[in-house]
Design a protein around this ligand. Structure first.
Ligand code: NAP
Length: 251
């Protein structure tokens, strides 16, 4: 996605993967300064571990407590989180900007990605309930973001939400659990987003489409979080169509 965008805009950037270990993380970050590397994309399990080596955190990344993007301004390193932006932009494509305000929304999951998504949903004004297999983690996340309620899976809300965001790893290739959202919950008129992007069509997305709900695929979030990274690295608008085509080609 990044390479395709650089090529299209004629930018003299290159995006390459590095294999890093926890032991070498600090050195890697110092190396970014030494080599004048403009940006890092940070993946699990380093999204929290990298924070002590940065000079500043963008305020929302600080609240989330996880960084997936580092921007280097002449040796001054700022940590950002674009996962929440990606999730919001993907939902806004379906609901319109401000389309989450006041909507009863169920977030399923309380792991790292769910945490970023929860901050985004609350910021967009959603009336948020969080459910997670381990109920205590849902309760902690609800307290951290100011969500209205938290539950274990055994006590999903009786009122039917208008928006469901699935942010557990259930349904991901290799997961033993194909879906954690019962098909009986899904209705016409709902918007259902699954942040899992591998496979592209999860069991939940199929169930939701069958129920007549509007569906939002995890790869839209993946695309939009990368687009926000691109903006942070380059200061330019991301060529979304080009990045989308590159993403589709890679899958
Ligand atoms: P994580 O921190 O390990 O959290 C995993 C979450 O899934 C926890 O809430 C966990 O519940 C729950 N879970 C796992 N297996 C489960 C099962 N069998 N039944 C019920 N709940 C289960 O992982 P993460 O980093 O948040 O990633 C979660 C998913 O999001 C992954 O599939 C990842 O690829 C995807 N993701 C997508 C994007 C995107 O751009 N589309 C971005 C980031 C992540 P407990 O708390 O009870 O263990």
């Amino acid at each position: 996605m990044h390479q395709a965008a650089y090529r299209t805009l004629g930018l003299d950037y290159v995006y390459v993967p590095f294999a890093i270990t926890t032991e070498r993380l600090e050195q890697a970050v110092h190396g970014m300064r030494a080599l004048g590397i403009r940006g890092f994309g940070v993946s699990m399990p380093f999204k929290q571990q990298v924070i002590p080596w940065l000079d500043a955190l963008e305020p929302t990344a600080a609240k989330i407590g996880a960084v997936n993007t580092i921007v280097n301004d002449d040796g001054h390193l700022t940590g950002h989180n674009t996962d929440w932006t990606g999730a919001l932009r993907a939902l806004e494509e379906a609901l319109g900007s401000d389309g989450l305000r006041g909507r009863p929304t169920l977030l399923v999951g309380a792991g790292g990605a769910a945490r970023a998504v929860a901050f985004g949903l609350v910021r967009a004004g959603a009336d948020l309930t969080i459910a997670n297999r381990t109920a205590s983690k849902a309760e902690q996340l609800a307290e951290d973001v100011g969500a209205s309620a938290a539950r274990g899976f055994d006590a999903l809300p009786h009122g039917v939400p208008e928006v469901i965001v699935q942010a557990t790893s259930a349904g991901m290739s290799g997961s033993p659990t194909p879906t954690v959202v019962p098909a009986s919950m899904l209705r016409e008129g709902m918007t259902v987003m699954d942040i899992v992007y591998q496979p592209r069509e999860t069991q939940l997305i199929r169930d939701a489409a069958r129920a007549g709900a509007r569906t939002v695929h995890g790869w839209r979030m993946l695309l939009h979080q990368a687009a926000r990274q691109f903006e942070l690295y380059t200061g330019r608008s991301a060529p979304l169509d080009v990045m989308d085509a590159a993403l589709r080609e890679s899958r």
